[in-house]
Design a protein around this ligand. Structure first.
Ligand code: UDP
Length: 238
C-alpha cells in the first residue's frame, strides 16, 4: 500500500513496455493493455502524468557507437518517444479515456508544445497528460525527463517499472540471495551504489524529495496493484 497520499503521479512508461514480446516497435495488444490500465487509474481519481521512452524504436547511443553525431542520434531517439506518445494517447482515447499529448520539441502540427502551465491544467482536468520528446535535450534519458517532469508538475511520486520487482542489494538475476528492500533512503541507494535510475534522474528526485516507486514492469494490475499493495515494490524516499 502506498505509504503517503497520492493525488498526482508520474509514470515512466519505457519503450519496451509497448513492444511486448518483440524487441522492436509497438505491439497493438500491449499498447491497448497499457492504455486501459492507465485510464482505469485516471478514472479512480488519480491525476496521471506520463513520460514515454523510445528504446523500442531508437536510442541515441546506438547511432553514436557507430561513429555518428550523438546529438543527431538523440534527436532521433526523442522523435521515437513522440511516436510512442502519440500511439499511447490515441490508444487511451480509443478505450474511452481522456489524454493530452504535449511535446517538449516544438512540432505544432502533431502535438501542443509542452508548458508547465498547460500540462498542470490538463492534469487538474483529469486528462492523462503525456509528455513526449523527453526533456527536449540530447545527452539525457527519458528517466531523467520523467524525474524532471514529475518535479515540474508537482507530482507526489514517480513510478518506474523495471525488469525486477524493486531495488535489491545486488542483481537478483546474478545473486540468488540478493535482498529486496521494501523501502530505502536516497542516501543508502548512493552509499551502496544501487541502481534505481540513471544518476541524473536520481539526483533530481533526491534533491527535490520526490518519492520513487520501483516495481516490476509487467506485474499483474500494473501501477494500481503497486499503489494498493497487492504487488510488491520498493519505495525510495528521504
Ligand atoms: N533522449 C534524449 N533526451 C531526453 C530523453 C531521451 O536525447 O531527454 C533520447 C536518447 O537518445 C534515448 C532515446 O531518446 O536513448 C530514447 O529514450 P530512452 O532510451 O530513455 O527510452 P527507454 O529506454 O525508456 O525506452
Amino acid at each position: 500500500m502506498a505509504s503517503h497520499s497520492l493525488k498526482r503521479i508520474l509514470i515512466k512508461v519505457s519503450g519496451e513496455a509497448l513492444a511486448g514480446d518483440n524487441s522492436f516497435g509497438i505491439e497493438p495488444e500491449f499498447l491497448d493493455q497499457v492504455a486501459k490500465q492507465l485510464w482505469d487509474l485516471s478514472k479512480s481519481g488519480l491525476e496521471v502524468a506520463i513520460v514515454v521512452g523510445g528504446g523500442n524504436i531508437f536510442r541515441g547511443m546506438a547511432v553514436a557507437a557507430g561513429g555518428a553525431d550523438r546529438v543527431v542520434g538523440d534527436h532521433m531517439g526523442m522523435l521515437a518517444t513522440v511516436i510512442n506518445s502519440l500511439a499511447l494517447g490515441d490508444a487511451i482515447k480509443r478505450c474511452g479515456g481522456q489524454a493530452k499529448v504535449y511535446s517538449n520539441i516544438a512540432m505544432p502540427a502533431v502535438a501542443d508544445t509542452f508548458t508547465v502551465r498547460d500540462a498542470r491544467r490538463a492534469l487538474a482536468e483529469g486528462k492523462i497528460t503525456i509528455c513526449a520528446g523527453g526533456s527536449g535535450n540530447p545527452f539525457f534519458t527519458t528517466d531523467t525527463a520523467a524525474a524532471l517532469k514529475a518535479v515540474e508538475l508537482q507530482c507526489d511520486a514517480l513510478f518506474k517499472g523495471t525488469q525486477v520487482d524493486g531495488v535489491y542489494s545486488a542483481d537478483p538475476k546474478q545473486v540468488a540471495d540478493a535482498e529486496r528492500y521494501d523501502r530505502i533512503s536516497y542516501d543508502d541507494v548512493i552509499a551502496n551504489d544501487l541502481k534505481v535510475m540513471d544518476m541524473a534522474a536520481f539526483a533530481l528526485a533526491r534533491d527535490n524529495n520526490l518519492p520513487i516507486y520501483v516495481y516490476q514492469l509487467d506485474v499483474d494490475g500494473g501501477v494500481r496493484a503497486v499503489i494498493d499493495g497487492t504487488a510488491v515494490s520498493t519505495l525510495v524516499t528521504g
